[in-house]
Design a protein. Structure first.
Length: 191
């Protein structure tokens, strides 16, 4: 549906700046703000429950197990807490790459199951998906320089820079390579 709104010039300017900083369109930013406002209105009355999706298979390949499933389920608590939380888009890509990889999972997760799991997360009204915006490059280059990060660890630096760019203070990851990143608290949910 299309409609017309009158927005004060000063507010419109701030919205345009925020949309540019987040690397999104003005339309997407306003839609997100409206969804968040409506979600806040109903959040106290109706508790959100993360839809569960299970995977087939026998789990991780021998030697790759780390942590306990009870700790992994802490993720569900985060999604159901009613507080805003975020997933950087590169982490969605990495989740799909790892769960469908035959050298990591035995047998690998079928693509349809992995995609369904992502869909479960995307249903959460407090989830914010974050990605690179115009001021991303200076943050990434600073993260790379300060941690002396090169090679395959640059992917982790990318995730850290996206988090810092969006004001994320704590990153949940079992990846020890994030220890080289400064300016971002890293919590391993598996220990």
């Amino acid at each position: 549906m299309k409609t017309t709104f009158e927005i004060p010039d000063a507010l419109f300017k701030k919205l345009k700046e925020l949309a540019a900083a987040r690397g999104t369109s003005l339309k997407a930013l306003v839609e997100s703000a409206l969804r968040q406002m409506l979600g806040n209105e109903t959040r106290g009355r109706q508790r959100y429950r993360l839809r569960k999706h299970t995977f087939r298979g026998k789990g991780l390949q021998r030697g790759l197990q780390e942590g306990r499933w009870a700790d992994v389920r802490g993720f569900t608590g985060l999604a159901e807490s009613g507080r805003d939380w975020a997933i950087p888009w590169p982490c969605i890509h990495e989740f799909l790459a790892i769960t469908t990889h035959p050298k990591i999972f035995s047998p690998p997760t079928p693509l349809a199951d992995a995609l369904e799991q992502v869909s479960c997360w995307l249903e959460c009204p407090t989830l914010v998906l974050i990605g690179e915006a115009p001021e991303y490059w200076p943050i990434l280059s600073s993260v790379l320089r300060s941690g002396k990060i090169i090679g395959p660890r640059i992917h982790d630096a990318r995730v850290a820079a996206i988090c810092q760019q969006h004001g994320i203070e704590e990153l949940w990851s079992a990846d020890r390579d994030f220890g080289r990143v400064t300016g971002l608290a890293v919590r391993n949910p598996l220990v």
